[in-house]
Design a protein around this ligand. Sequence first.
Ligand SMILES: Nc1ncnc2c1ncn2[C@@H]1O[C@H](COP(=O)(O)OP(=O)(O)O)[C@@H](O)[C@H]1O
Ligand SMILES: [Mg+2]
Length: 375
Amino acid sequence: MAVLPGSKLGMLGGGQLGRMFVVAARTMGFDVIVLDPDPHSPAGGLASEHLAKEYDDTDALDYLARNCAAITTEFENIPAVTLAYLAKSVPVHPSAKVLHIAQHRKLEKEFFRSLGLGTAEFVAIESDDDIENLGEFPFPAILKTSMLGYDGKGQVVCQSRDDLAAAFEQVGRKPCVLEQRIDLACEVSVVLGRSEQGEVTCFPIAENSHAGGILDVTVVPASISNKLAAQVIDAATRIADGLDYCGVLAVEFFVSTDDEVLVNEMAPRPHNSGHYTLDACFTSQFEQQVRMVSGLPAGSCELHTPVAMWNLLGDIWPDGDAPDWEALLELEQAKLHLYGKTEARPGRKMGHVNCLGKTLAEAIELLEKVRQALL
Ligand SMILES: Nc1ncnc2c1ncn2[C@@H]1O[C@H](COP(=O)(O)OP(=O)(O)O)[C@@H](O)[C@H]1O
Ligand SMILES: [Mg+2]
């Protein structure tokens, strides 16, 4: 049965993705209880209630279970025990099983392969023996920690097998995957919603550029051919179906210079590369998450305006001073989103700007003006 406006939803995690979920949910008349130990979490301040408790605090979990009609999450590293505990008495989407796979690069890649999807060549490196016994492997490659990596953290490039031992040391000898480095034509991603009944709705494919391992710019529509676009949508849909997913799922892809589509990774939640939907689609990825976890019909994913999204990192707060917002807001088709974080640190995601235009070229031109206004 659908959970209707007027009900309470639970959100595990209080970062910016949780915050934008809260805004979407409350706009639609839901209340949201956020669980996040950080008393200053971006989502907490906008929530109907914020439980500043640890994720395994049983009193807090009991309170959520008693008061919420459905529970979701904004990050994949919520402890599995938390989800299992809640799921005994209240619907939790996505499931503990999905999060378990998404928390672990090796399991995730093995899962993609099990569906017959292409990935970069990879092998598990979990001990010195794995390095010793490594057979033929295509270098250059990237050693990535299997767990808790994000924004390029926990990754070391290895030009040859001679670099492996030092790279393994550098990441603290944690379980890793070694992954072939792909010659990229471009990177794209898909954010989709999937209902409990299995209906999938995909937002338009986003084309992403990264700087220093962190997403910098997303443009939509993506410039890939119809043929590659169909492969991307098909792969993302198969992944969601294969997981029997319910909620919003993001899948990142590499497109190689020889036009191969390779799955990179997935995120069981809205995604930074889907922030463009807030201003350029009929439904945002956060509204879609509200709809999917509440058992409501999907909203239209249609793009109504070409868009270029620029991530605002803490780096543009020199000495902690905020950038010149007035100069930015003079650009009337640039939409500012800030996450309410008080401390700006290099690489920290503070907000984003969606630059709209009648054409993508216009949107990209506006993004350049936004950069000039803020840098
Ligand atoms: N195998 C690879 N080949 C080429 N580029 C890569 C590869 N792995 C990662 N990258 C680059 O680093 C970025 C971040 O890596 P990713 O595996 O997505 O980790 P994270 O969890 O940090 O997002 C990618 O979006 C891509 O730009
Ligand atoms: Mg990534």
